[in-house]
Write a protein that binds this ligand. Structure first.
Ligand code: ADP
Length: 603
C-alpha cells in the first residue's frame, strides 16, 4: 500500500518536473500571441485612423475654399464697401445666414479691415459677432497680409472649438475686409463614440485639441517654448493659457499616429493594452491547459501501459506457476503411479508368498492331521490287537487245559475285536472315498427315510418318539446319495446314544427349512445335550465321551468333513429347552430323479 502511494507520488513529482521544464514553451506562445493581437489591433486602428483622418480632412477641405469664393459675392462686398449702410448690412447678414444654412458651417462673418465684424450669420442670435472686433486673432492678421489663413481656437463667446478659415476681400488693390468661416470641431469628438479606444488630435504646438478622453484635452505633449507661450497668450486658442503636460502611461496604451501636413496636426489612436493582454492571456491559459491535458494524457497512457505490462507479466507468471504446478502434479502422479505399481508387485509377491505359506501350512496341517490320525489309528488298533493276542494266548492255555468253553469264549471275544477293527478301518475308507466325490442332486426326504429305517429297530426298542416337520414335496440338495445317508445315520445314531442315557420320554425332532440360498435340516433330541468340552472338540477325530465299545469319536469328524466337501457345514449346539440341536446346512440342488444309493453306507 505504502509502496503504491510512494510510486504515485514519484510519478506525479516527475510529471510536475516535466511540466516545469515544458513551461518555458509558453513564452514563445505568449510572444507570438502578443504580436498577432498587436498586429490585429494595429491593422484595425490603421483603418479607423484612415477613416477618421479622411473624415476630418473632408470636413476641413469642404470649407477651405469657401472664404475667397464668398468674398466675391456682391451682397457681401457691398456691405463692406458701404459700412454705414444698414440695409446693405442686413442684406449681408441674411446672405451669410443663408449660406451658413446651406454649407453647414458654424458661423460665417465679415470683418472690416479694422477687425470689426460688420455682418455675421449669427447676427440675430444672442452671441452675435456683429460689432465685435477679432483683430487679435491670428487668422485676421494673416488674411490681412493676403494669405489664406487657418486657425484653431475656441469660440470667444461660444467657447466651442472650431477651425477658422479666413481670406481677404479685395476690390482691385483696395482691401475691403476679411471673410471668416468657422467650422465646429466639437462634433468630430462625438463622432468617436463610446469605445475603449481613445482618440487624440494634437495641433502644431503639441497640445491636445480633440480627445475622447476628457483628462487629456488641452494638455501639451511637449514643453512649450516661451515664444509659443506668448503666442498662445496672444491668440487664446485654448481655454487655458498654460497647458499642463500630457501624461500618458505608455505601458497601458498602444498608440498609432498620423500626421496631417495641411494643418500641422497629429491624429493618434490609443488602445488600452488590456485589449491585447486579455486575448493573449486566454491563449496562454489555453496553451497551458493543453500542456497540462497532454501531460495528464501522457501520464494516463504511461499508467495504462504500465498496468498492461504488469498484467501481461502477472499472466505470464501465473501461467508459469501453473505449468510448474502441472509439472509437479504430473511428477507426483508419476511417483504415485510408480509407488502403486511397486505396491501392486509387492502385494503380488506377498500374495504369492502367502499362498506359498498357506500351501505349506495346509501341507503341515495335513501332515499334523495325518500324524494325529495315524497315532490315533495305531492307538485304536493296538488296543484290540493287544487284547486279541492276550485272548489268543489265553485260549491256547485253556485248550491245553481242555477248558473248551472258556477257549470258545475267548475266540468269540477275538472275533468281536476284529469286527471292531474292521469297523474303524471301514470308517476311514468311507471317509477317504466320499470326500473326493463331486456333489450331485439328491432328494432329502428319501435319504432321511432310509437312514431312519437303519435305526428303526433300535429306536422302537428305546421307545423314542419321532416328531417330523418336513414338507411333502422333495427338498433337493447338493450331496452324494450315500454320503448324505451316512451323515444322517451318524447323527441319528448319536441322538439315540444320547437318549439312551436318560429315562423316557425320549424324543427326536426332524425339521427342514429352505431358502433360495440353502437348505437347513435340524435334528433335535431331548437327551443331555453337548457338554462344553464336547462342543469344543466334537469335530475332532477320535474325540468321544462314550465308552470305547460304543464310540470311536469319528462320526462328527467325518460328517463335518463330508459336509464341507459338499459346500455346506455342520452347526453343533444345544436347544434352549435342553438336548442337542445339530443343524445341517446344505446347498439347494436341482430337482432330479430319486435314485437308490450307489455308495456304501458303512463299511
Ligand atoms: P462317538 O459317537 O463315537 O462318540 P462322535 O464324533 O459321533 O463320536 O461324537 C463325539 C461326541 O459328541 C460324543 O462322544 C458325545 O459326547 C457328543 N455327542 C454327539 N452327539 C450327541 C448328542 N446327540 N447328544 C449329546 N452328545 C452328543
Amino acid at each position: 500500500m505504502y509502496a503504491t502511494l510512494n510510486h504515485y507520488l514519484t510519478r506525479w513529482r516527475s510529471l510536475a518536473i516535466l511540466a516545469l521544464l515544458l513551461a518555458p514553451l509558453l513564452w514563445p506562445l505568449h510572444h507570438f500571441a502578443e504580436r498577432y493581437y498587436s498586429e490585429q489591433i494595429a491593422g484595425q486602428n490603421q483603418q479607423t485612423l484612415d477613416l477618421y483622418v479622411a473624415n476630418l480632412l473632408g470636413t476641413l477641405r469642404r470649407y477651405e475654399d469657401l472664404p475667397p469664393i464668398l468674398g466675391e459675392l456682391p451682397t457681401l462686398r457691398a456691405a463692406l464697401q458701404s459700412p454705414t449702410d444698414r440695409a446693405l448690412q442686413s442684406a449681408a447678414n441674411l446672405e451669410l445666414a443663408r449660406i451658413r444654412g446651406r454649407t453647414g458651417a458654424d458661423v460665417i462673418y465679415l470683418m472690416s479691415p479694422d477687425g470689426l465684424t460688420r455682418a455675421a450669420s449669427n447676427w440675430d442670435q444672442e452671441d452675435s459677432f456683429v460689432g465685435r472686433n477679432f483683430s487679435f486673432r491670428p487668422y485676421y492678421k494673416e488674411a490681412m497680409q493676403g494669405r489664406p489663413a487657418r486657425f484653431f481656437g475656441l469660440g470667444t463667446t461660444s467657447k466651442r472649438r472650431g477651425y477658422f478659415f479666413a481670406s481677404e476681400v479685395r476690390d482691385g488693390t483696395r482691401l475691403l475686409g476679411v471673410l471668416v468661416v468657422k467650422v465646429d470641431l466639437e462634433h468630430m469628438e462625438q463622432l468617436w463614440g463610446n469605445t475603449p479606444d481613445q482618440l487624440l488630435v494634437m495641433d502644431g504646438n503639441g497640445v491636445v485639441i480633440l480627445s475622447s478622453n476628457n483628462a487629456w484635452r488641452f494638455h501639451s505633449s511637449r514643453e512649450l517654448s516661451p515664444a509659443k507661450q506668448r503666442e498662445i497668450a496672444e491668440n487664446i486658442p485654448y481655454p487655458i493659457l498654460q497647458p499642463k503636460p500630457l501624461k500618458i502611461d505608455q505601458r497601458r496604451w498602444l498608440s498609432q499616429s498620423r500626421e496631417l501636413p495641411e494643418t500641422g496636426w497629429t491624429v493618434s489612436i490609443y488602445t488600452p493594452r488590456v485589449q491585447v493582454d486579455n486575448p493573449v492571456r486566454s491563449v496562454v491559459i489555453i496553451g497551458a491547459a493543453t500542456l497540462v491535458a497532454m501531460l495528464l494524457l501522457l501520464s494516463l497512457l504511461t499508467i495504462s501501459r504500465r498496468h498492461y505490462l504488469e498484467r501481461i507479466a502477472l499472466e505470464a507468471q501465473a501461467k508459469h506457476e501453473l505449468e510448474i504446478r502441472v509439472l509437479e502434479r504430473t511428477r507426483e502422479l508419476e511417483d504415485a503411479n510408480a509407488r502403486l505399481q511397486q505396491e501392486v508387485s509387492n502385494r503380488e509377491q506377498a500374495q504369492r508368498e502367502l499362498m506359498h505359506a498357506q500351501d505349506e501350512v495346509v501341507q503341515a496341517g495335513k501332515l499334523t492331521a495325518l500324524g494325529t490320525m495315524s497315532a490315533s489309528i495305531s492307538h485304536e488298533l493296538n488296543q484290540p490287537l493287544a487284547a486279541i493276542r492276550s485272548y489268543a494266548d489265553n485260549a491256547r492255555v485253556l485248550l491245553d487245559h481242555e477248558r473248551l468253553d472258556d477257549a470258545r469264549g475267548n475266540l468269540v471275544q477275538i472275533s468281536e475285536l476284529t469286527g471292531r477293527m474292521a469297523s474303524i478301518i471301514g470308517h476311514l475308507k468311507a471317509y477317504a472315498r466320499g470326500a473326493r466325490r463331486a456333489p450331485e442332486n439328491v432328494a432329502l426326504q428319501p435319504a432321511l427315510n432310509d437312514s431312519l429305517a437303519l435305526v428303526a429297530s433300535r429306536r422302537q426298542a428305546m421307545q423314542v418318539e419321532l416328531l417330523r416337520d418336513l414338507p411333502d414335496a422333495d427338498i433337493w440338495v447338493q450331496a452324494g446319495e450315500t454320503r448324505l445317508r451316512q451323515i444322517l445315520a451318524n447323527l441319528l445314531a448319536n441322538a439315540l446314544d444320547a437318549l439312551s442315557e436318560k429315562a423316557p420320554p425320549r424324543r427326536i425332532w426332524l425339521i427342514a427349512s429352505q431358502t433360495p440360498e440353502r437348505v437347513i435340516l435340524s435334528l433335535r433330541d431331548n437327551g443331555p445335550g453337548f457338554s462344553d468340552e464336547a462342543l469344543a472338540h466334537a469335530r475332532e477325530p477320535f474325540f468321544t465321551t462314550k465308552t470305547s465299545a460304543k464310540g470311536l469319536g469319528l462320526g462328527l469328524a467325518i460328517c463335518d468333513t463330508l459336509l464341507r466337501a459338499l459346500g455346506g457345514h455342520l452347526e453343533l449346539g444345544n436347544h434352549p429347552e435342553g438336548g442337542a440341536l445339530v443343524q445341517l446346512h446344505l446347498l439347494p440342488g436341482l430337482p432330479g430323479v430319486t435314485s437308490t444309493p450307489q455308495e456304501e453306507t458303512r463299511a
